[in-house]
Design a protein around this ligand. Structure first.
Ligand code: NAD
Length: 518
């Protein structure tokens, strides 16, 4: 079956209304939503709350308590107790089948409350329903994949080696203990699942630190985890600002391992903090993805495909395309087609039918994107669509227009992740020149080649300095293949969604046993 250019459209909203259960959850029985620590709702000793708002209407959805140093310490304590338990009854000793049963019970409850979780993603996260519904399927996909990995994983003692006369040695692989997941705001359900399932199934007790802009889905998942029957202390949720709650988590020596997803600057800072007391870490960070379009590609078809990815969650997608290198023989047609795709995007409220480009998440991002648009032009980017503020009638929110620039190989006008429907298009003389320009970025998350010549595409794609190298597709993820970054986009750690991810949540010791000296 062939796809025609006109069939390719941006992710689009159906009309969405919050279910009563979501409104009731947000109301918190008249109290701010507390953190979840050891099965208790905790308001926090700092007496600080923050509001979680709908970015497309600025309506306050819920008031949430911020967790401070005392709550982080308490969470580490209860999680440590739940890990060890008394006797051999801790989470670390729970048989794999029981861990899988609880994980799949949690998935069932998510399916039951699908609309509540979609409301978190659409209203709190600002996403259109088509994308939010896809995100929701990741909960089950992730749990099922990691139950499979956990069942075949080799934990415990490895084969013994005779290392010397009367001395044998073997490896012992076990969970870390207490691990924390620090989550960004752009894909809350997906990224909480990608952390939570492998970490729990490997036998760790977890602290989830959601982003301050989108705390609702993690709080709801924490509530469902309790209902599913996870023992108190195994799943804890600590909402709060990064520089407060997140920082206290990074500073606590009882947290043995941190899985961080977010921006490179914050990831680098947390790594330095963790290094002071030996907490290990994996990091999945930002990107500034590139696409190379070869001369044999259909410029209109490919421009629309790339436009769809660039606009995925309004460009607030870590691995998406923001830098395009197109063969100069088709550059004008490609630019025309991408401009018309961007111009036709339906800008509006994310829960109204037909919306394709909604509001960005907060005022900081809004100001940052506007500044980046100005900087791109001042660095020599020739504005095809200049961006700027979008007027969406009666709605209040952080609405912006898409931005598109024509550039040249000699100008680096797009050096940083902008995180909006924003792209530079650079006509090039050859695929080799395009590859050299694509690889000149310090980021390295996702890149693609677009061509009818698959063999040539694969040969070029393998030369990207990126964790995900693609031919005729972008924003690709699949369980069983690592999703991680090179350069400042990722590491250490084996990426997410693969067997190495599971093993990242375990540590290995060497055990030596000698005969008693006679
Ligand atoms: P961010 O780095 O600002 O925040 C991420 C998380 O870190 C939040 O929970 C925040 O509260 C916390 N945090 C901030 N300062 C902290 C500190 N000092 N100590 C501990 N925690 C702290 O990122 P963001 O703006 O929320 O998310 C967008 C970024 O995430 C983009 O760069 C995007 O590309 C990246 N991202 C990467 C992936 C990936 O898989 N590679 C996926 C999604 C998003």
């Amino acid at each position: 079956m062939t796809t025609t250019a006109t069939e390719i459209r941006a992710f689009t909203a159906n009309k969405f209304e919050a279910p009563a259960k979501f409104t009731e959850f947000c109301a918190g029985g008249g109290k701010p939503l507390g953190g979840i620590i050891g099965g208790r709702r905790v308001q926090g000793t700092m007496n600080v709350t923050f509001e979680s708002t709908n970015p497309g209407s600025l309506e306050v959805l819920a008031t949430v308590c911020e967790m401070g140093q005392a709550e982080v310490a308490e969470a580490v304590e209860v999680a440590t107790k739940a890990f060890h338990g008394t006797g051999n009854q801790g989470w670390k000793d729970t048989p794999i089948e029981e861990r899988c049963r609880l994980a799949m019970k949690l998935v069932e409850l998510c399916d039951r409350d699908r609309d509540v979780l979609l409301a978190c993603e659409i209203l709190d996260g600002g996403k259109v329903s088509e994308l939010a519904e896809g995100d929701f399927t990741q909960i089950r996909g992730c749990a099922e994949y990691f139950c499979g990995v956990a069942r075949r994983a080799e934990l415990g003692d490895g084969d013994a080696l005779q290392v010397a006369d009367g001395v044998r040695g073997f490896t012992h692989r076990e969970p870390w203990g207490v691990v924390a997941g620090i989550i960004p705001w752009n894909y809350p359900i997906v990224l909480t699942s990608w952390f939570m399932f492998p970490a729990l199934l490997a036998g760790n007790c977890i602290l989830i630190k959601p982003a301050e802009d989108t705390p609702l889905s993690a709080l709801y998942l924490g509530k469902l985890a309790e209902e599913a029957g996870f023992p108190p202390g195994v799943v804890n949720v600590l909402p709060g600002r990064g520089e407060i709650t997140g920082q206290f988590i990074a500073e606590h020596p009882g947290v043995r391992y941190i899985s961080f997803t977010g921006s490179p600057g914050v990831g680098q800072a947390i790594m330095r903090t963790c290094d002071r007391h030996g907490t290990r870490m994996k990091r999945e960070m930002g990107g500034n993805g590139s696409a190379i379009v070869l001369s044999d590609a259909d410029p209109e078809l490919v421009a629309r495909m790339i436009g769809r990815y660039t606009n995925q969650h309004y460009g607030q997608t870590c691995c998406t395309v923001h830098r395009v290198f197109v063969d100069q023989t088709i550059a004008d047609d490609f630019i025309d087609a991408q401009r018309s795709f961007f111009e036709d995007l339906q800008i509006g409220y994310q829960a109204d039918a037909g919306t394709q480009l909604g509001a960005v998440v907060n005022s900081t991002q809004y100001a940052r994107i506007l500044r980046a648009q100005e900087e791109t032009a001042s660095r020599g980017g020739d504005a095809i669509l200049p961006g700027g503020v979008a007027d969406v009638g009666s709605r209040e929110g952080y609405y912006l227009r898409p931005a598109l620039y024509r550039t040249k190989p000699s100008i680096d006008c797009n050096p940083q992740e902008v995180f909006h429907t924003f792209a530079t298009i650079c006509p090039v003389d050859s695929a080799e020149q395009a590859l050299q320009l694509a690889n000149s970025s310090p980021y390295g998350l996702g890149a693609s080649v677009w061509t009818k010549d698959i063999e040539r595409g694969v040969a070029l794609a393998k030369q990207f300095r990126d964790g995900t190298c693609q031919v005729n597709c972008h924003n690709s993820i699949a369980y069983g293949l690592p999703y991680g970054g090179q350069g400042i986009s990722g590491g250490p750690g084996g990426g997410v969604n693969c067997e190495d991810t599971f093993y990242d949540y375990t540590q290995v010791k060497a055990v030596y046993v000698a005969n008693y000296p006679a």
